[in-house]
Design a binder for this molecule. Structure first.
Ligand SMILES: Cc1cc2nc3c(=O)[nH]c(=O)nc-3n(C[C@H](O)[C@H](O)[C@H](O)COP(=O)(O)OP(=O)(O)OC[C@H]3O[C@@H](n4cnc5c(N)ncnc54)[C@H](O)[C@@H]3O)c2cc1C
Length: 413
C-alpha cells in the first residue's frame, strides 16, 4: 500500500511538494487553514527569479547602516521591539552576512535558483497554467549612472558564473520598451531568463487543482499539534485528527512556533512586505515588471492591476501593519511611472520566511524520523517552490537529488 504523507501548509512550497509526492505515487493529504496560495504565496511580486543567484545580506558597511538607521528608507524598515525580540536570529544573520561567509552562501543559493524556470515549467505545463506565465523577464531600473555601472559589473559576473542572462538597456531603448517611465529612469538591466506570473495566487491554485486531479486530497483545517506516533505522525487540527506515515512541514513564516514545540533551534525570523494594486493612470500600464532599484520597491503588471510590492520590514509576524513604507514607495513610484488610483481599501501584508544564513531548510528533520522540513525560502519562495517539491520527492524516495543538499540540511546551525 502507498505510504500516507501529510503535507502541512499549502503555499507555493507545500503545494509543489504535495504535487511531486503524489506524482511519485504517494497517498498525499495537503492541509491548510486557508485555500491554497492565499498567504505569502498570494501577495508577492510573482517573479520567477532566475537572476536571483545572490540572497539579501544584512547591510554591513557603515554608510549603508547610517542610511537605514533613521528608519525612513523605502527598501528596509524595522521596529525596534522586533529587533530585540528577534535578536538571536538577527545577530546570526549579521554574522552570515560577513563577506567570507556570504561568498560561500552565494553559489549554494545559486545551485537551487538554476532550476527554477525548468521546474515551474514542468508543473505549469502539466497543470495547464501556461497562460499565467510571461517569459520576457523584468527590468531593474536605475536613476543614477554610477549605480547602474556597478550593477552591470555584478550582472556580468553572475552571467559568467551562474548562467543568468541580461541586456543592458540605455535610456532611449528603455523609453521604447516602457513609454510610461519618466526621465528619472536613465537605464535598466533587462533580466531576460527570469519569468513572471500575472496571478501568483492563481498559479498556486492551478498547481493545487492539478494535485487533486492526480488523486491528492486537500483538507482545510488549522493544525494545533503534531506528535510522533509509533513510526509515523499524528496531527491534531480544529477539524479532527490525522495519522500518517510521514509528515512534511511547509508552513513558511509560521514554521518557528512548530520548530520550538518540536525542540529545534533554528535561527528564523520574518521580513514583512506589503502590496497594493493601482489603476494605470489614463489606462496606461506596464509592459514589464519594473524595480526602482535605488528606492527599493517593485511594480509588476498583474491581472488585478499594477501591483506595487515593498521591500523588507523587520517586524514580528503578528504585529499590526504599518503602512508608512508602502506610502513612501508609492510616492517614489509616482515620480517614475503613471500610477493611477489605488484599487483596494487597505494594503495586503505578508511575511517572507527567512533563515539567518539566507538559505531554506529542505530535507529530513535531524531529530525525528519520518519528519521533513521545507521552509525558510525568504525572498524567493515563489521562485523555488517547484524545485523544492522535486528535491523533497527525490530525498524521500532515497534518490540522488538534483543538487547537493548539504547546504540545506536542518542540522547545519
Ligand atoms: C512583498 C513580497 C514580495 C515577494 N516577491 C517575491 C517574488 O517576486 N518572487 C519570489 O520567488 N518570492 C517572492 N516573495 C517571497 C515569497 O512570497 C515567499 O518566499 C513564499 O511565498 C513562501 O512560500 P511558502 O509556501 O513557504 O509560505 P506561504 O505561502 O506563507 O504558505 C504557508 C502556508 O502554511 C499555512 N499554515 C501555517 N500555519 C498553519 C497551521 N497551523 N495550520 C494550517 N495551515 C497553516 C498558511 O495558511 C499558509 O498557506 C515575496 C514576498 C513578499 C512578502
Amino acid at each position: 500500500m502507498a505510504r500516507h504523507t501529510l503535507v502541512l501548509g499549502a503555499g507555493m512550497v507545500g503545494v509543489s511538494i504535495a504535487w511531486h509526492l503524489r506524482s511519485r505515487g504517494r497517498d498525499v493529504t495537503l492541509i491548510d487553514r486557508r485555500e491554497p496560495g492565499r498567504e505569502t504565496s498570494y501577495g508577492n511580486a510573482g517573479l520567477i527569479q532566475r537572476e536571483a543567484v545572490k540572497p539579501h545580506p544584512f547591510p554591513r558597511d557603515l554608510a549603508e547602516l547610517w542610511r537605514v538607521l533613521p528608519n525612513r528608507s523605502i527598501d528596509i524598515r524595522y521596529r525596534t521591539g522586533a529587533m530585540f525580540a528577534e535578536a538571536h536570529p538577527l545577530w546570526q544573520y549579521w554574522r552570515y552576512s560577513a563577506p567570507k561567509s556570504f561568498a560561500r552562501i552565494v553559489p549554494e543559493y545559486a545551485s537551487l535558483i538554476a532550476h527554477c524556470t525548468a521546474e515551474h515549467e514542468a508543473m505549469f505545463t502539466a497543470a495547464g497554467a501556461e497562460h499565467l506565465i510571461r517569459r520576457d523577464g523584468w527590468l531593474q531600473v536605475f536613476r543614477s549612472e554610477d549605480v547602474f555601472e556597478d550593477e552591470l559589473v555584478q550582472a556580468a559576473e553572475f552571467r559568467e558564473r551562474f548562467g543568468v542572462t541580461f541586456e543592458q538597456i540605455d535610456a532611449e531603448r528603455l523609453r521604447q520598451m516602457e513609454p510610461g517611465l519618466s526621465e528619472h529612469a536613465i537605464g535598466a538591466i533587462h533580466w531576460t531568463n527570469a519569468w513572471s506570473v500575472t496571478d501568483p495566487g492563481g498559479l498556486v491554485q492551478a498547481y493545487a487543482d492539478d494535485f487533486v486531479a492526480r488523486g491528492g486530497r486537500i483538507e482545510q483545517a488549522e493544525a494545533q499539534a503534531m506528535t510522533p506516533n509509533g513510526q509515523g505522525w499524528h496531527l491534531s487540527t480544529d477539524r479532527g485528527d490525522y495519522a500518517a506515515d510521514e509528515l512534511v512541514l511547509a508552513t513558511g513564516p509560521w514554521s518557528p512556533s512548530w520548530l520550538k514545540t518540536l525542540g529545534y533551534e533554528v535561527p528564523m525570523f520574518v521580513m514583512r512586505g506589503y502590496h497594493m494594486h493601482y489603476e494605470g493612470a489614463d489606462g496606461a500600464g506596464l509592459n514589464y515588471g519594473v524595480m526602482d532599484f535605488e528606492k527599493g520597491y517593485l511594480v509588476t503588471p498583474k491581472r488585478a492591476g499594477l501591483r506595487l510590492t515593498t521591500g523588507a520590514e523587520l517586524n514580528t509576524i503578528d504585529a499590526p501593519p504599518r503602512f508608512g513604507q508602502l506610502e513612501a514607495a508609492e510616492q517614489a513610484a509616482r515620480e517614475l511611472l503613471a500610477l493611477g488610483q489605488r484599487k483596494e481599501a487597505e494594503p495586503w501584508k505578508g511575511a517572507r520566511p527567512c533563515l539567518a544564513d539566507m538559505k531554506p531548510i529542505i530535507g529530513a528533520a535531524h531529530r525525528h524520523d519520518n519528519l521533513w522540513f521545507a521552509f525558510g525560502h525568504g525572498h524567493q519562495g515563489f521562485t523555488l517552490g517547484p524545485t523544492t517539491g522535486r528535491l523533497i520527492g527525490e530525498l524521500m524516495d532515497g534518490e540522488t537529488p538534483l543538487v547537493d543538499m548539504a547546504p540545506f540540511r536542518s542540522d547545519r546551525f
